[in-house]
Design a protein around this ligand. Structure first.
Ligand code: ATP
Ligand code: MG
Length: 417
């Protein structure tokens, strides 16, 4: 993509009305725009990152055998009354229509997916199956101060599985954990599996937490054996012995990037979700639900992958694979030649399947182009100038040193992980 065709939302300074670093840097670098507390627009660069995160998640969901759907955002009140969450869920956004009828804006989708699931289930032969979506959720969050980590409107992947038996649900739950581990590894994140709540419920629900200072949760964590529990349900102190290996526990901040539950009959019961078993008896369906915070993940990555010059995206989720910069210089004739060479390289890279952001803008100084490239944080920077002659200067965002290579040698630098 030619940068001359890309509107620049880059700002000279960090926004003053934003407390969270992830949102500050993403706004400054032109990835998102703040509309109000907890509500953001995703701009061309930001949407690219979001799509890449989505696609990593989507690929693993499909491998798990789950089927993608899209459910509505606008929900009938009756469904939420059936589960008593119309009155009990404090973050539920409610909407009143002109005829005074009330609706909910979906904060999660058990109330829609359970009755939907019934339409595909008659007998045990129809089970198991799983449905997922990647969709905007709404929650009336009381403390939307963490930027993308806690939106009032945010993007989530939610997966729901349907089973005949508890054993089958448990088996699937383990596969889902494996899929989640693979997703976070693909994203370059070290996510720890955390027991979500204490007592009898703990083995039926887990969180995936990325340990970052900006995280809102406190995690009791053992660096030795990776035992982890949410502090909400654990009164351990830093230095206490780990219940699993005896090493000293630490308290760490964490951002919950995923949350999985064995719902069992919690939502199938209120909706009468049932199947006919082999012996002809009517039985209640078992359900599981599995969430991932897609837009929260983008915020977590911004918190993790940056330096004092700006963002520094891992190749797997970067908005582009390479950032090609042309510096045509003051001399018009020589500049024309440099531009022709850079155009040629751009075409060559594009033809080779490299997703390139091409800074072909004129009237912008070399210093500004470099500073903006560092701020945007594409993993590989390529420079074509009078100085580089027939060659191109290649530099990784994370390195200080650059190398000069021939045009036909540039591609491998851009497709590396
Ligand atoms: P939290 O404990 O952070 O409030 P939750 O347990 O209510 O989240 P779930 O309902 O399990 O979250 O949602 C699944 C995932 O969606 C969470 O693990 C998180 O990554 C993400 N998520 C939840 N709430 C938000 C939000 N307000 N903004 C951004 N992402 C969110
Ligand atoms: Mg949670």
């Amino acid at each position: 993509m030619r940068q001359s065709q890309l509107p620049s939302f880059i700002r000279k300074d960090f926004p003053k009305d934003e407390e969270a670093y992830n949102a500050q840097i993403l706004i400054r670098a032109g990835f998102v725009d703040k509309v109000m507390a907890g509500v953001y627009s995703y701009l061309p660069l930001g949407l690219r990152v979001l799509h890449r995160i989505e696609n990593i998640v989507r690929k693993r969901m499909n491998e798990l055998g789950a089927n993608e759907i899209v459910m509505p955002v606008l929900h009938p009140k009756e469904n939420w009354q059936k589960t008593e969450r119309w009155s009990d869920l404090d973050v539920l956004f409610k909407v009143i229509a002109r005829d005074k009828k009330e609706y909910a804006l979906g904060p999660t989708h058990e109330e829609i997916v359970a009755p939907l699931g019934q339409k595909a289930i008659a007998s045990y032969k129809d089970l198991p199956f799983a449905l997922y979506q990647i969709q905007t959720k709404f929650r009336d969050e009381p403390r939307a101060k963490s930027g993308l980590l806690r939106g009032r409107e945010f993007l989530m992947k939610d997966l729901y599985s349907f089973h005949a038996t508890t054993q089958d649900l448990e088996k699937y739950y383990v596969h889902a954990i494996e899929a989640y581990r693979a997703i976070f590894a693909d994203l370059g994140l070290d996510a720890v599996l955390v027991e979500a709540s204490g007592g009898t419920f703990s083995k039926y629900s887990h969180e995936f937490q990325v340990l970052i200072d900006a995280g809102e949760d406190t995690i009791v964590y053992c660096a030795q054996c990776r035992f982890a529990q949410n502090k909400e349900i654990n009164d351990a102190h830093a230095g206490d012995p780990c219940p699993s290996c005896g090493a000293a526990l630490a308290l760490r901040s964490g951002a919950e990037v995923g949350n999985i539950f064995q719902l069992k009959q919690k939502y199938s019961e209120p909706f009468g979700l049932s199947y006919r078993d082999a012996d002809g008896a009517q039985k209640t369906v078992m359900m599981g639900c599995y969430g991932i915070g897609i837009s929260r993940l983008m915020g977590v990555c911004a918190e993790l992958f940056h330096d004092d010059r700006g963002l520094s995206w891992p190749a797997a989720i970067a908005p582009f694979a390479a950032h090609l910069i042309v510096l045509s210089g003051a001399d018009a004739a020589a500049g024309e030649q440099v531009r022709r060479r850079a155009d040629m390289l751009y075409n060559q890279l594009t033809a080779a399947g490299v997703d390139v952001l091409y800074d072909d803008r004129q009237e912008i100084t070399a210093g500004e182009k470099f500073a903006e490239a560092d701020l945007i944080g594409v993993p590989v920077r390529l420079v074509v100038s009078q100085k580089t002659g027939d060659q191109v200067e290649v530099k990784k965002r994370s390195d200080a040193a650059a190398v000069l290579v021939d045009f036909n040698e540039a591609v491998p630098y851009c497709i590396q992980k």
